[in-house]
Ligand binder design. Structure first.
Ligand code: ARG
Length: 500
């Protein structure tokens, strides 16, 4: 480290305590990319001579593309990646040339630049994985619009539904996460460079130029904000948590559905673990791990926001601790989305078991109660009471399924609540019960967003269109970044190899 005021070297223990070099490994590339753009801007703003610019850019190019140069000049015992790279360039080009690279720049704007550049790429990767997962859910939804199953509240059978409805529900919630990440992308895709340590520079730098060279859409305007704020990092941690909470719920559903007691689905062998002791076991370990990793992501959000709490404005070294949390969160989320996608695409679905559970289920009660209202013009509260009494009778007498009830059964059940009605006679009630088969239960529920076939198809079309639009948006975003990187690369090559 170039120490001007403190004398001598940093104590070795202090250096290893302070150093973020290990966690910074992934920033190596972004840091050099940022330096290329900064140096180019210094040259185009007449701050650096052409000769110095070319020497520095050649040094950066060597570090990026020649591992021997990296080994020779980069000191792994550095305080951080910014220092390591700058020192390497100074070793390669000499202090009189390389020493100019850090003009009008500070590690304080440099670190947030690097984080923003890496985060952009992480956001793009996560967004594309999310779209893949949504597409896989949609494939499964298309095939299961007629797969009748019980739906649960409080994990008790609530109403009958269809499996496509379940898959579609996660298409909807995951597209909201895609949208959240896209909004965050817009906030991330602005450059803090030129904010310097906290208060800008007297050198005639061009913040907009360096931003555009790096593919940013704008600059973080205020230099205090640019170097102090870590809101996008907290936002990333938070959206990641919201997203993995969705995966966690799917995991929990699948774990329960794959038990012998439920037998609704079974995991593909490639995504199941075995037991070292019990030969019969096929365990849903990947799903359990998504559940476990959700806690890690939640912890990272709490840790990141706790680091921010109590800090003054302007850079403080505490902020360094946020970086590893972010990268841990992104790799954990990426791994979880990817494995969930594989599981969704490969589970086998036992439609018969789902149907049997539905056919004997009291989850049909609300549909029958609504039919009683329609046919007998009674209040909902009264029909609720009638059905409650019938279900109570059926369950106390050996869990008789509603469709197997007889006239005497219903007579006894209704007597208990003294129910008599001119239209809703025992015979009429029995005929209504027989009418509400699992199929009719689904068919008669016409409300928007409910499980009936037309609504399933409408929702499938809706999601399909949404995915198409979002894929295009993402492609556009990726293309802009690619073009900016290509443009920067060409500019540098032109200067290094064909300086006219
Ligand atoms: N390693 C530091 C970090 O990751 C970089 C910024 C250091 N700046 C400073 N003034 N000490 O946050």
């Amino acid at each position: 480290m170039y120490r001007s005021r403190p004398s001598g070297n940093l104590d070795n223990r202090a250096l290893s305590f302070l150093s973020s070099i290990t966690e910074d490994a992934d920033l190596f590339y972004y840091d050099l990319l940022g330096s290329q753009a900064h140096v180019l801007m210094l040259y185009e703003s007449d701050i650096l001579s052409k000769k110095d610019t070319i020497e520095i850019l050649k040094g950066i190019d060597q570090l990026l593309n020649h591992s021997d140069t990296l080994k020779e000049y980069a000191d792994p015992a550095s305080e951080d990646i910014h220092e390591m790279n700058e020192s390497a360039i100074i070793k390669i080009t000499g202090i009189n040339v390389g020493g100019k690279m850090h003009t009008a720049r500070s590690r304080n704007d440099q670190v947030v630049l690097d984080i923003r550049m890496k985060l952009r790429d992480e956001l793009n990767r996560i967004s594309s994985q999310l779209l893949n997962l949504i597409k896989s859910l949609l494939v499964r939804a298309r095939k299961n619009t007629d797969t009748i199953m019980p739906m649960y509240t409080h994990l008790q059978q609530a109403q009958l539904g269809v499996l496509s409805h379940y898959f579609l529900s996660y298409c909807f919630s995951l597209t909201r996460n895609f949208e959240r990440f896209s909004e965050l992308y817009r906030r991330t895709n602005i450059s803090p460079l030129g904010a310097c340590a906290i208060g800008g520079s007297s050198m005639p730098i061009d913040r907009e130029k360096v931003a555009s060279l790096l593919g940013f859409s704008d600059i973080v305007y205020n230099s205090v904000d640019a170097t102090t704020s870590r809101d996008i990092m907290i936002e990333f941690s938070s959206i990641s948590l919201i997203t993995i909470l969705d995966l966690c719920r799917i995991s929990e559903d699948f774990i329960i559905w794959s038990t012998s007691e439920f037998g609704f689905i079974s995991l593909d062998d490639r995504f199941s673990s075995s037991s070292s002791a019990m030969p019969q076991k096929k365990n849903p370990d990947p799903l359990e791990l998504i559940r476990g990793k959700t806690a890690v992501i939640e912890g990272n959000l709490v840790a990141a926001s706790s680091i921010m709490k109590g800090l003054t404005s302007g850079y403080s070294r505490d902020l360094q601790e946020i970086k590893p949390l972010l990268w841990k969160t992104s790799t954990t989320l990426e791994g979880s989305i990817e494995i969930m996608d594989s599981i969704v695409s490969t589970i086998s679905i036992d439609q018969n078991n789902m149907y049997s559970a539905s056919a004997t289920s009291y989850a049909i009660s609300l549909d029958i109660a609504e039919q009683l209202i329609k046919d007998g013009n009674i209040s909902f509260r009264l029909s609720h009471k009638v059905m409650g009494a019938i279900v109570d009778y059926a369950s106390r007498n050996g869990n008789i399924s509603l469709s197997s009830l007889t006239i005497p059964d219903i007579t006894v059940a209704l007597k208990k609540i003294n129910f008599t009605h001119p239209i809703l006679t025992v015979e009429k009630i029995l005929s209504i019960i027989k009418l509400i088969t699992p199929e009719n239960s689904i068919k008669f529920r016409k409300t928007k967003g409910s499980p009936n076939k037309d609504e399933q198809i409408a929702m499938i079309d809706y999601i399909d269109k949404m995915i198409n639009d979002y894929e295009k948006d993402l492609e556009l975003r990726l293309n802009k970044l690619y073009l900016a990187r290509d443009h920067l690369d060409k500019k540098i090559k032109q200067l290094i190899y064909k300086p006219s």
